[in-house]
Design a protein around this ligand. Structure first.
Ligand code: SOE
Length: 383
């Protein structure tokens, strides 16, 4: 099957890197800032500038992020011109700062890439989505698990009818980096991270992937949450209210039902996102800790599909960034996401680029999860 890997476009026909047309600023100097900076560079772009929580933090992160200039603050970066002018602002700050940074960047005429959760409330996510539409800028949210070729393959197979009518979906997203009471991070603080932590941080990825792959939309849900470590702190323990674990049961628009377990305290599970959908013809199962494979289940015969050129449909093969047999993973997903963001800025319409509309969708699901857990009953998800 003839395929055009995304790398052909990225690296030009002569094999050399393209002229950088993607001039980015990274706002936020933590782990995610590094992942974004690297993806910008792989896409042939420039990390023109870095903005941190202080001028000193921006300066000390500059080399690590491969940036050219440490800006004193956001205003200085947004006002820069000439060689320091920026096209796209990547927002990798704690969640409560997403809204003001995004609104300022859009007002300055920039395209934006904003980490998830897009905002700490659905109303803020709505305002950001409306502002992006009004500004006519590209506004993307890195729901990056969409960029695994085997996820695209699952989506194509659902679209081709290989699963039939979907009636059940289940899975989990499990991590262990917050297992101990001494494990700490800004995300556990609701003022900085928002009212839901495990769901907002990683449950949002799972729901996005479910809806992306299956085309089903969650319309009703019931959630229970548990804060396992009610006291937390690297040095001094303090009281924590955000959830470590959340279990969600849901119904989709077409009447399928399902459930997901989301946990940041599951020992041994580093980043285990498992999604399985079943329908009248078959099942598909994807595990992001084993992302080069996709399980296909049939009543008569099941098989483990691997990322071979003959297996992949054209839309999935577009995201194969390295030859089969050479595993690709998390950073590759980010690289592909930024390459598609660049394509969108250049006027293309990449299939499945996650935008602020998807961020808003996740914010509405998060709000429903918080409400259901607090009030102890099923709630409708705003569409
Ligand atoms: C931490 O839980 C984290 O870095 C998330 O914030 C990311 O979205 C996820 O992709 C990996 O884990």
């Amino acid at each position: 099957m003839a395929v055009t890997p995304i790398t052909d476009r990225e690296f030009g026909t002569d094999g050399g890197p393209p002229t950088p047309s993607y001039r980015a600023a990274i706002v936020g100097t933590g782990f995610m800032g590094r992942v974004h900076a690297r993806a910008v560079q792989v896409a042939g772009g420039r990390v023109v500038g870095v903005v941190g929580s202080s001028a000193e933090r921006a300066s000390s992160a500059l080399a690590d992020l491969g940036g050219e200039r440490a800006f004193a603050d956001l205003d200085e970066m947004l006002a820069a011109d000439g060689d320091d002018d920026v096209d796209v602002v990547h927002v990798c700050t704690p969640n409560h700062l997403h809204e003001p940074v995004v609104l300022a960047a859009l007002a300055a005429g920039k395209h934006v890439v904003c980490e998830k959760p897009l905002a700490t409330s659905a109303s803020a996510a709505e305002a950001m989505t409306a502002a992006a539409a009004e500004a006519g800028r590209v506004a993307a949210v890195p729901f990056v698990y969409r960029f695994h070729p085997m996820v695209r393959e699952a989506r194509e197979r659902v679209r081709a009818g290989e699963v039939g009518t979907i009636f059940v979906a289940h899975g989990s997203y499990l991590q262990d980096w917050l297992l101990h009471p001494t494990d700490d991070n800004w995300r556990v603080d609701p003022q900085l991270g928002g009212p839901t932590r495990a769901f907002g941080d990683i449950g949002s990825h799972w729901c996005d992937l479910l809806e992306f792959v299956s085309g089903e939309h969650i319309t009703r849900l019931s959630a229970q949450t548990s804060t396992v470590n009610k006291l937390r702190g690297a040095e001094t323990l303090r009281s924590v209210t955000t959830e470590d674990v959340v279990v969600v049961q849901f119904t989709t628009a077409s009447g399928a039902i399902g459930s997901v377990v989301v946990s940041q305290v599951s020992a041994g599970r580093k980043n285990r996102l498992l999604l399985e959908v079943s329908g009248s013809r078959g099942s598909l199962s994807f595990d992001q800790e084993n992302p080069e494979q996709l399980w296909w289940g049939g009543r008569e015969r099941s098989s483990q599909l691997v990322r071979d050129p003959e297996t992949l449909s054209t839309p999935a093969a577009r995201y194969a960034r390295v030859p089969a047999g050479h595993p690709q993973g998390y950073q590759d997903c980010f690289d592909a996401f930024v390459a598609d963001t660049q394509a969108a800025i250049d006027g293309e319409v990449p299939d499945g680029l996650p935008t602020f509309d998807d961020g808003l969708r996740a914010a509405r699901l998060a709000e429903a999860v918080v409400r259901s857990a607090r009030e102890g009953h099923w709630v409708e998800v705003e569409s």
